[in-house]
Design a protein around this ligand. Structure first.
Ligand SMILES: C[S@@+](CC[C@H](N)C(=O)[O-])C[C@H]1O[C@@H](n2cnc3c(N)ncnc32)[C@H](O)[C@@H]1O
Length: 354
């Protein structure tokens, strides 16, 4: 992760200049939180960013970018650092059109390689006002787009961003999902590999019994495959859309569980007997191996002394090496050429590991 990301630096400059009645959409690409600006609200779908914004006294809401609490046509300015997912960008532009007063502006920052110029153009069509854009450095662009309700176009195609829906992946597996969460239309092949090997890895059939934690649950695939009425299940994720879909999937299968927002499990106490995890290794556009380490540290803290953690990671992630600080027993269980399964047990106490 690069804390001196030029887009983040530029965004901070514009946050400092924004009028008091502004909104900042905060997604995972924000690497550093600036000083709080009184009167500027923030909405984020990431729990870790919500915590950081709160800590810096920002007026912030954690949800899946629902701006229903803000009056239509009430804002002078909306700030956005371009997110990765097209449906989300379109949805946020559509919402911005609803929230800006006539003459209000969308300030959009992004890189050419991320397709920012196309988004600038489409935002101008949707908002109706003139587009003023300039290249800041290398591929980085800044745009101001005014809202002119008389000229405003139709909503951009956001794939019905807010709606959960049934999805069937190419192997015929059905689940409830929506845009805005990681790999929302498919089962992660690493997770499928973990599920195939898990009964022998744990020496336990499905449904699992005992206290189970699904760390970074997404729409709940690992839980849906392994849990039953005897499972004391907890699912946690950082992403508001993931938590929403996970809850919906569990309810649809009649599985009782606690579904909790956390930043790598930080709001949980444990202990758990079994922990299942396919950890993230990206924050927005950037690779973030720190995040993997935080997931391992959280696993050691949350597992009971006899507990077992089963991880699946891409082959190139040095998970075994990172786990040495936190676990006395680390076993490479399987490797299919693309992913590897790691079994971790005998957690070292957090004080020994620090
Ligand atoms: C590789 S996906 C796995 C999803 C799901 N377990 C599966 O197997 O399909 C990683 C998940 O970690 C979540 N995540 C990313 N950063 C996180 C954080 N700091 N704390 C908790 N969860 C996080 C992502 O939102 C995503 O759902």
């Amino acid at each position: 992760m690069n804390p001196t990301d030029p887009a983040t630096t530029l965004l901070h400059q514009y946050i400092a200049q924004a009028p008091a009645d502004s909104l900042w959409w905060v997604d995972e690409n924000i690497l550093l939180i600036p000083e709080q600006r009184p009167g500027i609200r923030a909405i984020t779908n990431r729990y870790d960013l919500y915590q950081q914004l709160k800590a810096r006294q920002w007026q912030v809401t954690f949800n899946d970018f629902d701006s229903g609490q803000i009056l239509p046509a009430s804002l002078s300015c909306v700030l956005l650092r371009l997110p990765k997912e097209k449906a989300l960008v379109h949805y946020l532009i559509n919402q911005t059109a609803r929230l800006l007063r006539p003459g209000g502006e969308l300030w959009l920052i992004g890189d050419k390689s991320e397709g920012v110029r196309g988004f600038n153009k489409r935002a101008a069509e949707r908002l109706g006002g003139p587009l003023s854009e300039h290249k800041v450095s290398a591929g980085l662009w800044f745009a101001r787009i005014s809202h002119d309700p008389q000229q405003a176009g139709n909503d951009l195609d956001d794939q019905h961003y807010t709606e959960t829906r049934p999805v069937t992946d190419r192997h015929g597996y059905s689940f409830i999902s929506k845009p805005g969460l990681y790999g929302w239309q498919k089962v992660d092949p690493g997770s499928a590999f973990l599920i195939a090997e898990l009964p022998t890895m744990l020496n336990q059939p499905f449904p699992l019994s005992g206290r189970v934690l699904d760390l970074g649950c997404g729409f709940g695939y690992l839980s849906l495959q392994t849990a039953g009425t005897q499972t004391q299940l907890t699912c946690t994720d950082n992403n508001a859309a993931a938590l929403h879909c996970c809850q919906a999937n569990l309810e649809a299968q009649g599985i009782l569980a606690e579904v909790v927002a956390s930043n790598a499990g930080d709001t949980l106490q444990g202990p758990y007997d079994i922990l299942l995890c396919n950890p993230p290794f990206h924050s927005g556009f950037a690779t973030n191996l720190d995040l993997t380490s935080r997931f391992i540290a959280a696993s050691a803290r949350l597992l009971s002394p006899q507990g077992q953690a089963c991880f699946v990671v891409n082959k190139h992630i040095p998970l075994e090496q990172k786990a040495q600080r936190y676990f006395a027993r680390i076993r490479l269980y399987a490797d299919n050429g693309q992913f590897k399964l790691i079994h971790l047990s005998q957690p070292k106490h957090s004080q020994d590991a620090s």
